[in-house]
Write a protein that binds this ligand. Structure first.
Ligand SMILES: [Zn+2]
Length: 220
């Protein structure tokens, strides 16, 4: 039985709007701050201290997963994962962010270009192959506002990654077991939305919703 039959993901149109890193939800950052303030002063397990509870809770509500493993990549990006990540996965995250920061600098962007600015959630994959049979670990969501578009696959849409929070900058990538270059690409591509959000709000708005056309890479 497929995982997404036994473990139903939350299916709200608001969530579908976040898929493919769609629109920025207004009020999101203030919610984050409020929940971060509530947590302040409380003792937290050492492992979780580096990622605030609100950011974890949001990623968990989007994915239906529990993130139990917390660590940093060799270059200092924060990672929360459903299973203990392989070394290759941590290196893939660094490689994707390195490429993102390079291309961002070429576009004269300066904000949020540190590894420690990013939180990467590694979520369960609901499928490991695409409709053509190629290795493609992806998460499934209800089609919601993507219903009837090219992304719609019989009421479900599949995404390799999504942005789960803009401040702090956080993205979700499906767990990979190989094809680390693909995983690096997903991190780089979702990260493009985060870099644009913090450096070029007009271009961010223009490219946030892939339903209206456009794909990755956005930055060259
Ligand atoms: Zn995107």
């Amino acid at each position: 039985m497929r995982k997404n039959q036994t473990h139903t993901r939350l299916k709200l149109s608001a969530i579908a709007a976040m898929i493919m890193c769609a629109v920025a939800l207004l009020g999101e950052s203030s919610l984050n701050i409020a929940s971060a303030q509530r947590m302040r002063g409380r003792r937290m397990p050492v492992q979780e201290a580096s990622v605030d509870r609100g950011t974890i809770a949001r990623a968990e509500s989007y994915t239906g997963d529990r993130f139990n493993y917390f660590m940093e990549t060799p270059r200092g990006a924060r990672v929360a994962a459903v299973n203990r990540p392989r070394t290759e996965a941590l290196r893939a995250i660094d490689a994707g962010l390195a490429e993102l920061f390079d291309v961002a600098r070429r576009n004269n962007y300066r904000a949020r270009l540190n590894y420690s600015d990013y939180v990467v959630f590694i979520a369960r994959a609901d499928r490991t192959r695409d409709s053509a049979g190629a290795y493609s670990p992806d998460m499934s969501f209800g089609a919601g506002s993507y219903a009837g578009t090219v992304y719609d696959r019989g009421g479900q849409i599949f995404a390799a990654g999504m942005v789960s929070s803009y401040s702090p900058a956080a993205l979700v990538v499906a767990e990979h077991e190989r094809d680390w270059q693909r995983m690096a690409n997903v991190v780089r591509y979702e990260g493009e939305h985060l870099v644009l959000y913090h450096n070029d709000r007009r271009r961010f708005q223009e490219t946030a919703d892939h339903v209206r056309g456009g794909a990755h890479p956005i930055l060259r």
